[in-house]
Write a protein that binds this ligand. Sequence first.
Ligand SMILES: [Zn+2]
Length: 113
Amino acid sequence: MNDDEWQVWVSERPEAVRAAARRWPGCSGGKLVCYRSTENPRFHYTIYSYAETPTGVTCSLVHGRDSTLPGITTFGQPLEQLIRCDCGKWDPPTVEQKRATHKRLERLKQGRN
Ligand SMILES: [Zn+2]
């Protein structure tokens, strides 16, 4: 999404989401903005979506190639935990990583580790 498209998209969101998306943009300069988390600053994330909740705006984060859960999107994440990284090196998970994550989740669902 280029900057013009991003600005239009943001302008069409509810007020609280607009404010959050301006402070923690999902993309900038036509590129995804990468973030790190105060919880675990080793890994990269990108923002996939925003959600307005009774207690504030949260986001869903896509875990990148360097995450312990590559390919997973986690919901309800507090934006305040995000540290804008901007190195531009968020990479999507590899096919192998996605398969391994899927298998891991299947094992967890079945009560095995
Ligand atoms: Zn980065």
